[in-house]
Design a protein around this ligand. Structure first.
Ligand code: ADP
Ligand code: MG
Length: 684
């Protein structure tokens, strides 16, 4: 069998199963070989029944102590039941909808049952245990088993069997893309042994060693690609901004005193701006910590020195909001601010483009329209991206390239693991705004059940009467934006006709045209709308301090970080704010609700999020327009990452375009992986 053979050549895989594999992106034998398990399941432990503990998952070696009963329950489920004995004690075993176990149970005398032992009344019981004849050649029990990412209809056994057959039948070895010297230095096992160990693990230690080998490889590919993407940028020199002391004048003109944290971060940025090597800094600050003012201070110093400063936001609404605020702020100083975003008319765009090009505009705000080819800057010196996690790596790089050596600042409310920031930005500096403006009252957050709804509506009515405004976030519908929009509209209609007849209720969702969306947001900001029923389009950055109540429907469907982002829309002004979440429960959901009710601290929340979701899903690199990591763990593989980075640096120093024949396989793999996420032009 060859690596490129279709998996339908593997015994036991027919057309139907091949389709299931295809859903996981597995089409060839080679694909399956590189479909790697996430974890191990330890089935080596067996115990006598006398030593079992309630709730533990364990193997029991036992024989039948009587007949096997099979019947259909009233719910039409097929049930198979037996009592088994290990010679001293008995245990009950039950299977639902597994008629085939009768056959297994009639094909031997001694068996291993592996499952969760529960103590019921007077004896132990296992429901749906894995069972096989105990004959010294066990496949399913008594050993370590790999656990793969899978899809509905495709069992772990299917994947395990297929992987085993491929390992047996292959007549060629996969190409090792890591330089062999590096593998020696890292004491890695050869690629094929590592793959074999992952699919047929011998011990937890050797499995981990093999996993590290492949995790390192993933980091290596990722770093090589990113390095190539970012290469352009390094050639540029930045414009040194000599006068940063002038920021004091800016601060004096503000209606409030900057917080100490804001001052500290502005100082850190100022020190960077003075240099002629580009600033590469990330500003982390929880929602409402006042990142925009920090950005504005830097923009002020740049404009004052006669250069242009740009702020790029991920959505039209956010760009419009920044534009409005910065325009009125900078008018006082005689600077011109322009907006450039996709939703503008052709004439408006032309006007902005002209001012960007001839230098009339010093302060430039926009969406990713700013990275289109038609934009030419006169003398740019600073590029800021807000809520950076919404942008792909490529988009940011492009803006920086356009900025021609500009100082770069990225701002985010979502703390990202150090590993990920290293991957995304390289060795960037981090500033943290760890203080909220004074007078902010912590948001009171409650998780409530359906029966409190009428009471909540009364509360909302009272708050609106007091002059406040309300967000109601609709249930998250993942199937499609169109469905989500429909449900939001219906929901708003219902509220308009029933509980909130007396008020102005508007709806906001992703299907509404950008211009209209902006207009709705402006009316909401002016206080003309009492209740805004919205999908998650309001999630990022929107600032209406008078809105103090947020209701989140079906909160169990949202992740922690997203709930926190949503909640960040309130608690932005002088009045006490309230966040009320309706949740249908579930174990993880309950855990999330508890955390939301307990803390307003974004850093704590994101830590918890990482823990609850598992590193694979958390803030995946995929979201940033990079190939997904399958083996590497962003929470715990920091050291591997650092070593991979060093390795890549060394390799590219010797062979920048990977032109040496021994690097061809690596080059191809980097191209392949990045092509998967639409990055086709790298390493030509
Ligand atoms: P975020 O960090 O979420 O982007 P913003 O920059 O939108 O936060 O700021 C939130 C609100 O706090 C804005 O209305 C802003 O004007 C206000 N603000 C910022 N800094 C201060 C400060 N030092 N004192 C009082 N209010 C401030
Ligand atoms: Mg913001």
């Amino acid at each position: 069998m060859k690596l490129s053979d279709s998996i339908q050549f593997v015994k036991g895989i027919g057309e139907a199963r091949a389709k299931l594999f295809a859903r996981l992106g597995i089409h060839t034998a080679g694909d399956l070989l590189f479909h790697l398990p996430r974890t191990l399941e330890d089935r080596t432990q067996t115990k006598p029944i006398a030593e079992l503990m309630d709730g533990e998952t364990v193997g029991v070696c036992a024989s039948l102590a009587g007949g096997v009963k099979s019947y259909r329950s009233r719910g039409r489920l097929s049930v198979t039941q037996a009592t088994v004995s290990d010679g001293e004690n008995m245990m009950k075993v039950t299977w639902f909808n597994a008629p085939y176990v009768s056959k297994t149970l009639s094909s031997g005398s001694e068996f291993i049952f592996f499952g969760k032992a529960s103590y019921k009344g007077s004896s132990f019981e296992m429901v749906n245990p894995v069972v096989e004849v105990f004959d010294g050649e066990n496949k399913k029990t008594g050993r370590l088993l790999p656990v793969y990412p899978s899809t509905a209809g495709l069992s772990q056994t299917h994947i395990r069997n297929a992987a085993e057959k491929i390992l047996d039948g292959l007549t060629e070895l996969p190409k090792d893309i890591l330089p062999s010297k590096l593998c020696d230095k890292m004491s890695f096992p050869p690629l094929y042994s590592a793959l074999k160990e992952l699919h047929l693990p011998k011990s937890a230690e050797s499995f981990e060693a093999a996993r590290q080998r492949l995790a390192f490889e993933e980091f290596f590919i990722l770093q090589t690609g990113i390095h190539t993407l970012g290469e352009e940028r390094k050639k540029f020199r930045a414009v040194p901004i000599n006068d940063v002391k002038c920021i004091a004048d800016f601060a004096k003109a503000l209606p409030f005193e900057l917080t100490n944290a804001q001052k500290r971060v502005i100082n850190e940025i100022s020190a960077d701006l003075k240099k002629n090597s580009p600033m590469n800094r990330l500003v982390q600050g929880d929602v409402g910590s006042g990142k925009t003012m920090v950005a504005a201070a830097a923009m002020y110093a740049v404009a004052k020195s006669g250069y242009q400063a740009t702020l790029m936001a991920p959505t039209e609404i956010l760009a419009a909001q920044h534009y409005k605020n910065l325009k009125s702020l900078f008018e006082k100083f005689g600077f011109e601010t322009v907006l450039l975003s996709g939703g503008m008319s052709a004439a408006e765009k032309r006007e902005s483009l002209k001012k960007i090009k001839d230098g009339t505009a010093q302060i430039i705000v926009g969406t990713h329209a700013l990275i289109s080819d038609s934009v030419t800057f006169k003398n740019p010196a600073l590029v800021i991206t807000d809520e950076q996690h919404r942008f792909g790596v490529r988009q940011r790089t492009l803006l920086t390239e356009k900025g021609y050596g500009a100082h770069t600042l990225v701002m985010t409310a979502t703390p990202i693991p150090r590993t990920l920031s290293l991957i995304l930005y390289g060795d960037l500096d981090i500033s943290v705004i760890d203080e909220l403006p004074p007078g902010r009252k912590p948001i009171e957050t409650y998780s409530v059940a359906e029966h409190t709804r009428q009471r909540l509506y009364k509360f909302i009515t009272q708050k609106i009467t007091e002059g406040r405004q309300v967000y109601i976030i609709c249930p998250l519908i993942e199937e499609s934006e169109a469905l989500a929009a429909k449900s939001a509209v219906e929901y708003a209609e219902k509220l308009k006709k029933t509980s909130f007849k007396a008020f102005s209720v508007e709806v906001m969702h992703g299907k509404i045209k950008t211009v209209e969306r902006k207009e709705i947001m402006e009316r909401f900001a002016r206080g003309e709308i009492d209740i805004l029923v919205a999908t998650t389009v309001v999630e990022v950055g929107v600032d209406v301090p008078n809105a103090t109540v947020m209701v989140i429907e079906n909160a169990e469907r949202f992740g922690l970080s997203q709930l926190h982002q949503l909640r960040g829309r309130i608690g932005r002004g002088e009045h006490q704010s309230y966040c009320i979440m309706f949740s249908e429960g579930g174990k993880i959901a309950d855990e999330r609700m508890k955390i939301m009710c307990k803390t307003n601290d974004g850093f704590k929340i994101s830590e918890k999020d990482l823990e609850l979701r598992g590193p694979g899903e958390f803030f995946g690199v995929r979201q940033h327009g990079l190939p997904e990591l399958k083996c590497a763990n962003l929470a715990s593989d920091m050291e591997l990452l650092v070593r991979a980075k060093d390795g890549v640096r060394e390799l590219l120093a010797a062979d920048p375009n990977l032109e040496k024949p021994e690097h061809l396989a690596l080059k191809n793999r980097v191209r392949e992986r990045f092509a998967e996420v639409g990055e086709n032009g790298i390493l030509n």
